[in-house]
Design a binder for this molecule. Structure first.
Ligand SMILES: [Fe+2]
Ligand SMILES: [Fe+2]
Length: 313
């Protein structure tokens, strides 16, 4: 039976265990000796792995890329409170069970989905409720939605990530809605639920990796999300309400350089943007802490998306 990332223990030596590759990079030690640093994963999580120069002959790393599956022998060790693998042997393999490998939320998908349905049921505005019910009444959509990741590589980049991200944002919005009673709660709730809905078409699974589809690259999840929502708009949906909802979806990334053509211009859009930003940014700190120390003692690897190396105290 496969040993999963969550079951790895300091001091174990594993043989012929299968993981998928999330990242592979060559680095140099202070003495300028090359080594590889990989991030390996399975459905239970990810772990950082190293290949020291002495082990290069037994580690067939040529052309290895994200999404490939490898069979490894490795020493598991604890390094600054985080487990890492020291790889002794590595070969690509085609012999694997995909459900073992694709990283998934550690929360219960069905339970999370019921929570979301409960939130939709609580929406007071008939128009917004009908719209949400129509979208989430489509079985094919729901099947895809429950498993959708929220990102390719950044935050919530795993099966069920979109649902987890959405519920996190709904939670975070509650105190804000209390503090700012001017904001229309139903519009914020609908905006949160629909803001990243275009990710269903922007992202897809290739081998074991989450990739950006051609449509995702050319159109992006803001416009794809608006198209999807528009397809479900009930007849007689008020124009003004649609414009406000469309505005939330199109402005939620907040800044031009983050992919939004327009900045939030309503209080509801601002709330959706800020909770989206908080959920996506803080999650990356959590991810960096989990992966542990990088090249510099006491700090994670450089986190491109948050622009820092996280201090690991
Ligand atoms: Fe987004
Ligand atoms: Fe988001």
């Amino acid at each position: 039976m496969k040993i999963f990332v969550k079951d790895l223990k300091d001091g174990d030596f594993i043989t012929d265990e299968v993981f998928s590759v999330e990242e592979v990079q060559m680095h140099k030690t202070r003495a300028q000796n090359p080594y590889y640093r990989l991030v390996l994963q399975d459905r239970t999580g990810e772990v950082s792995a190293k290949i020291w120069q002495d082990d290069f002959p037994n580690c067939h790393i040529k052309n290895l890329e994200s999404g490939d599956v490898v069979k490894v022998d490795a020493q598991i060790q604890s390094y600054n409170d985080q487990l890492q693998m020291i790889l002794k042997k590595l070969d690509k393999t085609e012999d694997y069970d995909i459900s073992d490998l694709v990283q998934s939320t550690d929360k219960d998908l069905e339970k999370m989905y019921s929570q979301l349905l409960a939130v939709i049921n609580d929406v007071k505005s008939k128009d917004l409720k009908n719209l949400l019910k129509d979208i989430f009444g489509d079985e094919v959509f729901v099947k895809k939605y429950k498993r959708a990741p929220a990102a390719e590589k950044v935050h919530h980049d795993f099966v069920g990530g979109l649902l987890e991200h959405t519920l996190e944002m709904l939670d975070m919005s509650e105190p804000l809605l209390k503090s700012y009673p001017e904001a229309d709660k139903d519009l914020v709730v609908a905006g949160i639920i629909l803001h990243d809905i275009g990710k269903l078409e922007e992202l897809a699974l290739k081998k074991t990796a989450i990739i950006r589809t051609t449509k995702g690259r050319l159109i992006g999840h803001l416009v794809l999300g608006i198209d999807l929502t528009r397809d479900h708009l009930p007849k007689e949906f008020p124009d003004e309400l649609w414009m406000k909802l469309e505005h939330i979806i199109i402005s939620h990334q907040g800044e031009l350089e983050n992919g939004s053509p327009i900045k939030p211009a309503t209080i509801e859009a601002a709330i959706v943007h800020f909770v989206d930003h908080a959920s996506s940014q803080i999650r990356q700190f959590q991810k960096a802490i989990k992966l542990g120390e990088g090249r510099d003692p006491g700090f994670s690897e450089w986190q491109k998306w948050i622009g820092t190396q996280v201090y690991l105290d």
